[in-house]
Ligand binder design. Sequence first.
Ligand code: ADP
Ligand code: ADP
Ligand code: ZN
Length: 214
Amino acid sequence: MKVIMLGAPGAGKGTQAKKIAAKYQVPHISTGDIFRANIKNGTELGKKAKTYMDQGLLVPDDLVVDLVVDRVNQEDCTKGYVLDGFPRTIPQAEALDKALNDLGQKVDYAINVEVPDENIIERMGGRRACVGCGATYHLVYAPTKKEGVCDTCGRELILRDDDKPETVTKRLNVYHEQTQPLIDYYTQAGILREVDGTVDIEDVFRAITLILGE
Ligand code: ADP
Ligand code: ADP
Ligand code: ZN
């Protein structure tokens, strides 16, 4: 099963992608997580990506496309995967289609998690990320058992720099300009499915499993 998660920053793509990966036993591929791991490890890619991410801008297509194409070619992806945060532009979507076409594969569904901009600001303000394992929580909607400490690895939680309100507004604009056109792109391809992302995490997931099957 090959699934793409679409939606604004903070819509809940990562949260749902993790649940899909666990239920359907496919890898969760998050380009944001890959970039953040590269930044943490001080790689060349990380250094390049950071300058864009800090400003709330997209990393250039050529830095992300090869990375994802290599990833989906790996052994653990033969049964499928859930792509979270990629594609984010029409050229990225075209490059993915071409690469998959060459492999005789195609994406089954692009799931758009719909959340209005007003809710996004609140979501992002409360999002907390673990400095150790990158797990994501929310102060109100997905709290940790012990305040400020990751349930999985025990490390400290932080507000991502790019989740501060100024940068969130910028990222929302970038989303509307560069990523939202993918909704039409996948509608035309006949694989777009929409879910209401404003309801509880479990209810969003239930809607997704109705699309993907039990
Ligand atoms: P969110 O979970 O809030 O949607 P991500 O973790 O997916 O954010 O991405 C964080 C940042 O990483 C983005 O703002 C962008 O700078 C960069 N990024 C991630 N994926 C891509 C991509 N496919 N194309 C370009 N930039 C990307
Ligand atoms: P994205 O990957 O689309 O940027 P996340 O999955 O990181 O979004 O979710 C953004 C924030 O909102 C996180 O703090 C997450 O815990 C929280 N969240 C995710 N889904 C929901 C939901 N359905 N209701 C309330 N909060 C949610
Ligand atoms: Zn952790």
